[in-house]
Design a protein around this ligand. Structure first.
Ligand code: ADP
Length: 483
């Protein structure tokens, strides 16, 4: 696997969770994965038993080496150590000014080049059968692989979020070592620039994305962000495989970040977490409120402006909000102002805090995910697992992972959450009303919690689909024969 993030070594979002969990989930299917990552300081510091397995005299402006090792979670990691590219503190993509590093194209082209070289190495007899590349940062890998004369493994490319096109100026083409012939509408060119993402979409043998609904949505102008044409052309090679969650990391029965562990049988303990959340977030210790949390990047995609806009309705219904997130300055300011306007009813933490995210999941009654688009989304799965009812927009993976509490589903006691559409302020207000009504009926709410906590959210089924896909692409007769 080739990726720019991997939990627990480096994480800014769901990509890290997926790359951190899938390798272990693949083992029962006889697939053995190693993860290649940029050697950011946090990665190199945490790497156990480091061994150098390859070196580069000059990789986009300086020397580099591939260092094999393990994470504390026993993932096999290959860190690409290149101080001139990665030895920078903080966010993996952004400089201190909050903008993308100007050399991000070189930083991630280096990762792709190293992946291509690693595939040729066979260190300790370990040969690569498939390169599984994740998102734009790994997008040039299939080009580099194709350019080599030797036999190369097939490439599977997964779209976690089409919104990040990985663009750079056309004049960088030679420096990146990209063939001139590919700079066209059929190739990696995108409106006059180079798109790493498009390279991944065009040159990989198979494409996946992280939910079946997003796989369909991506082929439409409303969601494809300009790549819908390429994806329609490649639809026979595109499949949606729903993400799962790491059930060892997200398990209320053993979660050390909670105030009290619980299961569906000892659900009463959730009250202890509820009080802990209220205390921690400086909310009224109200035992009857509908306590809603959100753990999210604060961006337009995530629809959190809708949450800010509809807060009065939630509060009027007796709700409380506990919000954890970081994002655009406007949204951060909006939520800080909301906290001042509704003391005791709205608690906000503008920070990235993994343990606090666990506590919020354990102590809230519901988790809100009002995304305008959502390739898969993970926090709704955490909600299901923690008996924290997801209130979600009907889009992408959210639509594939929650059973809406409509009349038929409630009567059959199979509903696991509340889904709303259209994704606008009125749609969200309607969702609050439905949630409040269900919450006021203890039997109905209990049924929701029971069904939610029993819903399978692990990786096993999806890992088997990835394993089948790898097997399929390895023996695909359509693959061009490369010397
Ligand atoms: P995306 O990858 O688009 O940001 P996902 O829902 O797929 O959205 O994944 C987000 C991941 O990041 C989840 O594991 C979520 O719990 C975590 N997360 C987001 N913001 C924060 C935060 N401020 N503190 C802790 N965890 C966060």
């Amino acid at each position: 696997m080739v990726a720019s993030e991997c939990f627990p070594l480096v994480k800014t979002g769901g990509l890290a969770d997926v790359v951190g969990a899938l390798p272990a989930a693949l083992l029962p299917f006889d697939c053995h994965a190693r993860v290649m990552l940029p050697g950011y300081p946090s990665v190199s510091e945490q790497l156990r038993d480091p061994t150098v397995i390859g070196t580069f005299g000059d990789l986009f402006g300086g020397p580099a080496k591939m260092v094999a090792g393990r994470s504390e979670t026993d993932l096999e990691i290959i860190a690409l150590e290149a101080p001139h590219l990665y030895e920078r503190a903080g966010n993996p993509y952004l400089g201190p000014d909050g903008r993308d590093w100007p050399d991000n194209h070189l930083r991630f082209a280096a990762l792709c080049r190293a992946a291509e070289r690693f595939a040729a190495l066979v260190p300790d007899g370990w040969a690569v059968d498939v390169l599984h590349c994740h998102d734009w940062q790994a997008g040039l890998t299939p080009i580099y692989v194709r350019e080599e004369a030797r036999a190369a493994p097939p490439v599977v490319f997964t779209i976690h979020n089409i919104a990040f096109a990985g663009l750079c100026a056309a004049m960088e083409r030679e420096r990146l070592g990209l063939p001139a012939t590919g700079f066209s509408i059929q190739g990696y060119e995108y409106w006059g620039q180079i798109s790493f993402l498009k390279a991944g979409l065009v040159y990989s043998d198979r494409l996946t994305t992280v939910s079946p609904t997003y796989a369909k949505e991506l082929q439409t102008p409303a969601f494809g962000m300009g790549f819908e044409g390429v994806l329609r052309q490649r639809r026979a090679d595109l499949v949606g495989i729903l993400n799962g969650v790491d059930e060892t990391v997200w398990n209320p029965e053993i979660d050390q970040s909670t105030a009290a562990t619980y299961s569906v049988r000892s659900f009463g303990n959730k009250k202890v977490n509820r009080a802990a959340v209220q205390k921690h977030m400086r909310l009224d210790l109200d035992p009857d409120s509908l306590l809603v949390c959100a753990v999210s990047r604060l961006t337009h995609q995530k629809g959190l402006d809708l949450l800010a806009e509809t807060l009065p309705t939630l509060i009027n219904l007796g709700g409380q909000l506990a919000l954890l997130g970081t994002g655009t300055p406007e949204l951060e300011a909006m939520f800080m102002a909301a906290m001042k306007s509704y003391p005791g009813r709205v608690g906000v933490r503008i920070t990235y805090d993994e343990p606090l995210s666990h506590l919020l999941l354990a102590g809230s009654d519901a988790i809100l995910v009002p995304s305008r688009f959502e390739p898969c989304g993970l926090t709704q799965f955490y909600g299901l697992r923690y008996g924290t009812i997801p209130i979600v927009a009907r889009t992408g993976g959210l639509a594939d992972s929650v059973i809406d509490a409509n009349l038929a589903a409630v009567t059959a006691r199979v509903a696991t959450g509340i889904m709303f559409h259209p994704v606008d302020a009125d749609g969200l207000r309607e969702a609050y009303n439905r949630a409040a009504e269900l919450f006021s009926d203890p039997t109905a709410w209990r049924d929701l919690i029971g069904a939610a906590m029993n819903q399978s959210v692990g990786w096993s089924r999806s890992a088997s689909r990835y394993a089948a896909l790898y097997a399929d692409v390895i023996r695909d007769p359509r693959r061009p024969v490369r010397n």
